[in-house]
Design a binder for this molecule. Sequence first.
Ligand code: SAM
Length: 211
Amino acid sequence: MANFNTHAGKTFVVEHLDPELEEWSSLEYHTIATECHATGAQFLLSSVPRSLKLPQNLQQINGLHVETRGIEEIYAEKKDKVCLLDPAASKDLSPEDGDTFDIFLFGGILGDDPPRDRTSELRKKGYQGRRLGPVQMTTDTAVRVTRIVVQDRVPVEKIPYIDHPELQINKNESTQMPFRYVKGEDGRLIMPEGMMDLIIKDSEKGLDDLL
Ligand SMILES: C[S@@+](CC[C@H](N)C(=O)[O-])C[C@H]1O[C@@H](n2cnc3c(N)ncnc32)[C@H](O)[C@@H]1O
């Protein structure tokens, strides 16, 4: 595992909260690493169990720093510089928060419907919290939106979104995603490479289980 050194500039930390690292998360983390690297930000994946073997697509990827330590240990001296992105926070993230905070913290958990508030595991550590609007996002979307707000200085409500999109699985079926996504310049939602194939594979598996 790579060692992480603190750099100048914004750092995006995803605290991995699951014992396993599912394919869905690995696609999200790969995208976060690639986008952070391309925009000069740091990406740290923390609390990764020592026993966990990183999936192939996360091995030796530029911009990914993996840590077995948790956020509290890594940034013990900088607690006031850490902002937790928290769907239950009373205040929305603003571009000015980019002047106050250096480190942005996210829950490395899969989204669920209805949301189970697993972000509370990080909230109880006492960090200042900010919301990214009222709709649940995937972790990679939450990191993308935070970067746009604090690095590109775009207010959270000015970012174009697509909410709860209906994805076509095959000729006859579609599935609705219970999340908010950023709308790309081509007018389509931004999601990790390979995610559509995984959603199709998972929904076919779900159908097989029903038969
Ligand atoms: C898929 S979400 C998990 C939400 C989940 N249902 C829960 O139990 O909290 C993963 C992470 O993205 C961030 N996130 C997602 N939507 C957000 C929002 N609307 N406001 C702030 N943070 C958000 C949070 O850091 C959250 O822990």
